[in-house]
Design a protein around this ligand. Structure first.
Ligand SMILES: *[C@@H]1O[C@H](CO)[C@@H](O)[C@H](O)[C@H]1NC(C)=O
Ligand SMILES: *[C@@H]1O[C@H](CO)[C@@H](O)[C@H](O)[C@H]1NC(C)=O
Length: 642
């Protein structure tokens, strides 16, 4: 073992980009015509004997096939309905056909398709588009490696032509294709030299599993995944004691043998009249909210055109144009040979969506959840379906939305309370030893919460030493540099995004404020190569003018990048942001200092931030919501129903 001991803890930073509306656009009232789910599907829940198994998600989708909640598990016949809908299987196949006749691919037998996604139409066009209008021209954006060069192509799926083709000058590689990851993990197992080092340690090769650990970038050394062979072996740390692995198998089937630990009776949320949300393709409608939701191979989940209905005017008002996880940075704090390079950028290197796992229908999400599949590309351009990677559900955790009682000495007998029910869109990605659970939570009072839960195998969490409120004061950030904000406990401030040209009746500019939760600052030196690449963690808040090509805070090509295409670089241009269409970037962070309770699997840690309306509505927007009454609630008699 090394004489020096370092705490091997990573700092995990996740940057979420939010494209906001500085000019609130107003939409005419759209009556909510879609009927809710067929309530028959759910009415048997409370009386069926074997409730737990008879109403799994699979049945739910099947039974509701005539309703708007239907999703075809094979997706062969899916057609896009909305300009932001992800590419369909048929569109993926069209992309392949167009590429197969393109000289770049025709002349090369070896290429890797790293990404095929919808090239979203321009924001102005999307905002103008209404249901019933012809769909905007469908385009695809393709990233491919051909003969050691990264190519970005845009394809027009109406004319079947490649309309732009760039080889770009920025450093780095695209998100690894799954096949590239698989290819490199097989390489060491075939290496005689590697085999020797394993035998020397008295370990059986059959017990070895390899991971495609990204190498970061430190000066000149650049690795080539395409050769799929071992280039060098760093063989240090000979006598590291290995845990015996006794009682570390965390599978329920194994744990059960040692006796279960039942701490509470089975629990679930019942909705006897069915859920209150509808999903029409990718459009989700719930309570006073409406938004477009889709899986993305890199970002995981993309929320678009989130609008809230104003209870006073019945208008649907825009809040977010696009919200997504832009990048994750996970630098481990150990400068020794086998560890120093571990400075992952999980979205840009591995693809947050590509690593998303099918959600467990009773445990990842509650039983009342609706599931969405992702369609991603293989390295040869063939589409594949990753099932159930997003779930949407209503959540009621016994919390209160608002309450007030008049003091009895006033002689008034008033006690008013409303329960808090929220809508959650969730995804869970397992990137090697960490599982990330990403939630977008919508509240009826107009609040949106983005949460990142984290679970890790082997090691543990420690919450950030930083917990504070945002900067804002009454300063107006006029340029990008004004809006590079570091949170500070001793400088509590609020950060508001307002539209000065639209005021409430009492004269306040309408807006939203960003309310940060616990976060962590990166501890690395700004000149450290990993920190340069992940310079988006230099500040917790950034604001940039909207630019369609500036989406990925660690750069378009994050893998082994040199930090020449980051949020820091863009923001240093110091462009004006006042009265502009803006993007708000917020970084959630954790310091994860392992402790024994994290072994072998750590409990979930979470952090979140809120987007809260401030003078956006004339008054409390959920005043007229009725309370719960005993007669409205389902009566469940699980014990005696037979
Ligand atoms: C590793 O080396 C041993 C001893 O030379 C050999 O028997 C074994 O087949 C090798 N295993 C692999 C996977 O190459
Ligand atoms: C938009 O972003 C790209 C990439 O950073 C940059 O080259 C271009 O200059 C930007 N455009 C504007 C108007 O800032």
């Amino acid at each position: 073992m090394d004489a020096r001991k370092f705490l091997r803890f990573p700092v995990i930073s996740i940057t979420v980009a939010l494209i906001l509306f500085i000019t609130w656009v107003h939409f005419p009232l759209l009556p909510n015509k879609e009927s809710l789910l067929d309530s028959n599907i759910f009415s048997r829940w409370c009386t069926s004997k074997n409730r737990f198994h008879s109403s799994t998600k699979h049945n739910l989708i099947k039974k509701s096939s005539s309703s708007t909640l239907h999703s075809n598990p094979k997706h062969e016949y899916d057609v896009p309905h909305h300009p932001l809908d992800p590419l369909t299987i048929q569109e993926f196949n069209k992309v392949r056909t167009i590429l197969s006749t393109h000289p770049l691919f025709k002349s090369s037998s070896t290429y890797t398709i790293n990404s095929i996604v919808l090239e979203e139409p321009n924001k102005k066009l999307v905002l103008k588009w209404k249901k019933g209008d012809p769909l905007l021209p469908r385009k695809a954006s393709v990233i491919a490696r051909v003969k050691g060069v990264s190519h970005t192509l845009t394809l027009d799926l109406t004319t079947n032509k490649v309309i732009s083709h760039e080889t770009g000058s920025i450093s780095g590689y695209p998100v690894m294709a799954i096949e590239e990851m698989v290819g490199v993990v097989e390489a060491p197992l075939k290496s005689i030299e590697f085999n020797k080092t394993i035998i020397q340690r008295g370990i059986d090769m059959a017990d070895i599993a390899c991971l495609p650990i990204s190498s970061g970038w430190y000066g000149t050394k650049v690795e080539d995944n395409t050769r799929k062979e071992v280039l060098a072996i760093s063989d240090n740390g000979q006598n590291i004691p290995l845990a015996k692995g006794i009682d570390t198998d965390y599978r329920y089937s194994i744990q059960k043998l040692n006796g279960e630990l039942r701490l509470f009776n089975p629990i679930s949320l019942e909705q006897s009249e069915g859920p209150s949300f509808t999903v029409d393709g990718n459009l989700v409608k719930w309570a006073n909210w409406e938004f477009h939701l889709k899986p993305d191979p890199r970002a995981g989940i993309i929320i678009s055109q989130a609008k809230v209905r104003d209870s006073d005017t019945s208008e649907l008002r825009n809040v977010i144009y696009k919200g997504f996880t832009s990048e994750l940075f996970v630098p481990y704090m150990d400068p020794t040979d086998g560890w120093y390079f571990k400075t992952y950028m999980d979205a840009g290197e591995y693809g947050f969506g590509l690593q998303a796992m099918p959600l467990d229908p009773l445990n990842d999400c509650p039983r009342n959840a609706y599931y969405m599949d992702g369609i991603f590309t293989s390295a040869d351009g063939t589409p594949y379906v990753q099932s159930n990677i997003i779930c949407v559900f209503e959540s009621y955790a016994g919390d209160i939305a608002w309450r007030h009682a008049e003091c009895p000495i006033t002689g008034l007998n008033v006690n008013e309370v409303r329960p808090k029910v929220t809508l959650v869109a969730r995804m869970a990605a397992a990137v090697a030893n960490y599982d990330y659970i990403m939630d977008w939570e919508f509240q009826t009072d107009g609040l949106i919460r983005a949460k990142v839960n984290l679970k890790k195998q082997e090691t543990s969490p420690g919450e950030s030493p930083r917990k504070s409120y945002l900067k804002a004061i009454r300063n107006v950030a006029k340029t990008e540099k004004d809006a590079q904000i570091k949170l500070s406990l001793y400088d509590p401030s609020e950060f508001h995004v307002i539209n000065p040209s639209k005021k409430t009746r009492v004269g306040n500019p309408v807006g939203y404020k960003l309310v940060p939760g616990a976060t962590a600052a990166s501890l690395l030196d700004h000149e450290d190569p990993p920190q340069k690449r992940a310079a988006f963690t230099n500040n917790q808040i950034w604001v940039t003018p909207y630019n369609k090509s500036e989406q990925w805070a660690g750069g378009l090509f994050a893998y082994q990048s040199k930090g020449d295409d980051t949020l820091q670089v863009w923001s240093n241009r110091d462009r004006p942001i006042e009265n502009k269409d803006i993007v708000l970037w917020y970084t959630i962070g954790f310091h994860h200092i392992p402790c024994q309770e994290d072994y072998p699997i750590m409990p979930t840690v979470s952090s979140s931030f809120d987007l809260k309306p401030v003078n956006f509505f004339e008054r409390n927007p959920i005043l007229r919501v009725p309370p719960n009454f005993e007669d409205d609630l389902p009566v469940c008699k699980a014990h005696d129903s037979s």
